[in-house]
Design a protein. Structure first.
Length: 303
């Protein structure tokens, strides 16, 4: 537990002016100034200027002794800031300002920005896991195959938001479903060979927007949930789509979910992967692992 008047003295807010579907950084700035102006906690407000800048700003803030860095942006930007705080004593606070807000949803944090800012004035800091795929870090879900291809297609869309994402997903599914490539998975002494549509490495249950890929994933168990979606026809995918949103996706026979601290995935070719929606190009062999307790996150204080 953290008492504001005894411990929390310095906070940095990092804002992404381009995040989300509304793009109203001025509204967030006004809320911060109104809610924190008379609290008596020293704070500053910084803006990211380019991809990766959030990591640099977070690292500098942690090095200067800031106790909490608050990320106001989408999951990509929040992930960058979390990377800068990895392994430090500085906690990550969240003001959801994206189109999906997967991390906030996974942790049941308020999506209302005023409420999210208010609870940060007297938070409890909790140690949580992060994941790493190759050299890239993630909070929610990483993966290869269909999910990475969907993220790649979504980046090219003119419109953002949930509907645009699901449209990208369906188009890519129809394109990819006819010829899934062979992959092998190695973990905990197991060696599996599959031709899956996708392989997801889940640190938390959902991608965002209530799309739950790993219902039993936990952010503090030191494990990743390895979710393998094997090939299925489009009509069956559509018929089972509600299971993705009601937490029963693991009931589908085409879904296999394993738990592992570390997993090695061998593909036939190099290609794209994603980490919380951030696209990266990777070799044919991918290594992913859980990083237990490496990040502190500001959570609502339990009364």
């Amino acid at each position: 537990m953290l008492s504001v008047d005894k411990k929390l003295k310095r906070v940095s807010f990092i804002i992404d002016p381009t995040s989300g579907i509304n793009r109203k950084p001025g509204q967030i700035l006004k809320l911060i100034e109104n809610l924190w102006g008379e609290v008596g906690i020293e704070y500053d407000i910084l803006k990211v200027a380019h991809r990766g800048h959030g990591t640099e700003l977070a690292e500098a803030a942690a090095s200067s002794g800031v106790e909490m860095v608050v990320a106001a942006g989408d999951d990509v930007m929040i992930g960058e800031i979390a990377q800068g705080l990895l392994g430090t004593k500085t906690a990550l606070g969240i003001i959801p300002a994206g189109a999906v807000n997967g991390f906030a949803r996974n942790l049941n944090l308020p999506l209302n920005q005023k409420q999210a800012i208010s609870i940060l004035q007297n938070p409890e800091f909790v140690a949580v896991d992060m994941g790493r795929i190759d050299k890239h870090y993630f909070l929610n879900v990483a993966g290869a195959g269909l999910t990475a291809e969907i993220a790649q297609r979504y980046e090219k869309q003119i419109l953002n938001g949930a509907l645009s994402y699901y449209w990208s997903a369906m188009r890519q599914f129809l394109r990819s479903g006819s010829s899934p490539r062979k992959v092998t998975l190695q973990f905990d002494g197991k060696y599996l060979e599959r031709r899956p549509l996708m392989v997801c490495l889940a640190n938390l249950p959902q991608f965002g927007n209530q799309a739950i890929i790993a219902p039993d994933a936990s952010i503090n168990d030191g494990m990743l949930n390895v979710c393998v979606l094997n090939n299925l026809p489009p009509w069956k995918a559509l018929m089972n789509l509600p299971k993705l949103f009601n937490g029963t996706i693991d009931e589908m026979p085409e879904i296999e979910i394993f738990r592992a601290k570390r997993v090695i995935l061998h593909r036939e070719d190099e290609g794209v992967i994603h980490a919380d929606g951030r696209l990266h190009y990777s070799d044919a062999t991918i290594t992913a692992e859980a990083l237990p307790g490496k990040l502190r996150v500001a959570m609502p204080t339990v009364q």
